[in-house]
Design a protein around this ligand. Structure first.
Ligand code: ADP
Length: 269
């Protein structure tokens, strides 16, 4: 889903909470001040999107988020002519809007996008900071407050796709990983209000499940899934059921794997 935080609304929105792991908020701020684009690397559900939303709100900048997929083209980012009653009208895409507004454009899972997107991203990501709009002949200079942020998950499914060195060497890169246990307990509790003891059990479960990654599971249990389970538990669902539907069933379709993961759940709860 793509989201747009309009500039007029920025000041009225609460700042989404974000528990930092280290000095990533300072790095983001320094990158923004120095007009450097940022690449966030890390597994799904570990806080990249929340981090960007938090920083955009802190800096008072409009945020345009694009969830990239394998059909996403440069025109989807830049814009296109639309046919209307009076003929054709130009409609800015989210990247162009972010440049015009001087906001943050966040391209989530950028390696999923079609290769033609690099043609528009490269001149914007290096020191030229321009967006060429071929179809209108415009060359849009990015204002100082504009920032390009992209993310990608260097996990198994991207081994072949990867990110070209010519693209990644245009970005300052920050690595994200699942939070350390104390921090993850704090996050799950802060997001759901579930009592600390049960949050700690969920985080312990996540640790046990993450140890199985690579051997039996394609993706590790994310903080997002722990938050889903905690939300259901906080609403009264038994821990075992919450872990099954929010965590285990999301990690595997294999009956034998599901049964094994449920044994891990029962060992923790
Ligand atoms: P990603 O973009 O890496 O896939 P998200 O940013 O969507 O992951 O994180 C998933 C959820 O986990 C968020 O909605 C938020 O509830 C929670 N979360 C993860 N990390 C943090 C953090 N450091 N502080 C607060 N919430 C977090």
């Amino acid at each position: 889903m793509n989201t747009i935080v309009e500039p007029g609304l920025v000041a009225d929105l609460p700042i989404p909470s974000y528990t930092p792991a280290g000095n990533e908020t300072q790095i983001f701020e320094l990158a923004w001040q120095n007009r450097l684009p940022l690449l966030l690397k890390g597994p799904t559900g570990c806080g990249k999107t929340r981090f960007v939303a938090h920083m955009a709100a802190r800096l008072g900048l409009p945020l345009l988020t694009v969830a990239c997929h394998d059909d996403l083209t440069a025109a989807d980012l830049v814009g296109r002519h639309l046919i209307s009653g009076e003929g054709t009208i130009w409609s800015d895409g989210p990247l162009t809007r972010a440049v015009r507004l001087g906001g943050i454009c966040y391209l989530d899972e950028v390696v999923e996008a079609r290769k033609d997107t690099t043609v528009v991203l490269h001149p914007l990501a290096d020191d030229r900071r321009v967006l060429p709009i071929d179809r209108t002949g415009e060359l849009l200079a990015a204002p100082p407050s504009f920032m390009l942020v992209v993310s990608y998950n260097p996990g198994y499914q991207n081994l072949l796709k990867g990110m070209k060195p010519s693209t990644r060497q245009r970005f300052v890169s920050l690595s994200f990983d699942f939070p350390a246990p104390e921090r993850e307990i704090e996050i799950v509790q802060g997001e759901t209000g579930l009592d600390g003891a049960r949050c700690a059990q969920l985080v312990k479960l996540a640790g046990a499940l993450r140890a199985l990654k690579d051997r039996d599971l394609e993706e590790a249990a994310s903080t997002r899934l722990l938050i889903y389970a905690a939300t259901l538990m906080q609403s009264g669902l038994a821990a075992e059921d919450a872990c099954r539907v929010a965590i285990v069933e999301s990690l595997s379709d294999e009956p034998a794997t599901i049964a094994a993961l449920m044994d891990v759940v029962r060992a923790v709860f």
